[in-house]
Design a protein around this ligand. Structure first.
Ligand code: APR
Length: 255
């Protein structure tokens, strides 16, 4: 009987993993938050004040995400490969365990999906800050795919009303998604990796501490040290498309 223990892994990604795919980060000197005020485009109050501007902001980002120039990069593909390898190992085990791999992303793009993450299990990729390619009815909370531009005049397909649709994005002051599931994974993981995130936004910025206090090895992979970088057990700095595949290859050899 195969008694090998498959490591439980939680990966947290941020805007830095998608930077080389052509999507702007938030806090770089040319980042999104240099060009837009958070309170205008990423808060419930901003949306209540000027829904048209908020719809336009997300319409432009959606259009850009769907343009042919935006593609997953080697870092996204490496994580998909890691997930596949873990899934295969799990299938070989006689007593099938629950998924040992959780990919938590703060990104609202779909580049993890496009690179093949979450294809096998279909429930271990968690968009904690929502998804750009989805829209939600603020009355019923029903979520719909969204590939087109929207406005306050768009008619919601569940309530048939205008003015009820909003981006399926978690704004400042709102509760991030999947928190129970994420904390459960953090409390039982052996390895926690944070990739391409500056550590400015909680609760995600505090996930490494939960994992660490549960005994996990914590690794930061980023262009530069994040706010809490020195508190991770291991730090690897460079561009995501180089350091993530290298790190994943090392892990795969150990599995
Ligand atoms: N490779 C690796 N890391 C990179 C790269 C790259 N090519 N380019 C940039 N980075 C790093 C930056 O050094 C920075 O530390 O990615 C990080 C991006 O930080 P932020 O712009 O703050 O993005 P993120 O941490 O994802 O922001 C968190 O803030 O406004 C919100 O909701 C938004 O989900 C977002 C949250």
């Amino acid at each position: 009987m195969n008694k090998r223990k498959i490591p439980s892994i939680v990966v947290l990604t941020g805007a830095g993993i998608s930077a080389e795919s052509g999507i702007k980060t938030f806090r770089a000197s040319d980042g999104l938050w240099e060009e837009h005020r958070i309170e205008d485009v990423a808060s419930p109050e901003g949306f209540a004040r000027d829904p048209e501007t908020v719809h336009r902001f997300y319409n432009l980002r959606r259009e850009h995400l769907l343009s042919s120039e935006i593609q997953p990069n080697a870092a996204h593909y490496a994580l998909a490969e890691l997930e596949n390898a873990l899934t295969k190992l799990e299938q070989d085990l006689p007593d099938k365990t629950l998924s040992n791999y959780t990919l938590v992303t703060q990104n609202i793009d779909d580049l993890h999906e496009r690179s093949g993450s979450d294809l096998v299990s279909g429930n271990n990729l968690l968009h904690i800050h929502g998804e750009l390619l989805k829209i939600r009815c603020s009355q019923s909370a029903q979520i719909f795919p969204c590939y087109e531009a929207t406005s306050p005049l768009s008619v919601c397909s569940c309530c048939q009303q205008t003015g009820n649709l909003r981006p399926h994005v978690v704004w400042f002051g709102e509760m991030p998604l999947y928190m129970d599931k994420i904390y459960q994974a953090l409390e039982t993981c052996d390895l926690f990796m944070a990739i391409g995130t500056s550590g400015n936004v909680y609760p995600a910025a505090g996930f490494f501490e939960v994992a660490k206090s549960s005994g996990a090895h914590t690794v930061e992979l980023n262009l530069e040290p994040s706010i809490n970088g020195s508190k991770f057990d291991e730090q690897i700095y460079g561009t995501a498309s180089e350091i993530v595949p290298d790190y994943v290859n090392t892990l795969l050899k150990e599995l």
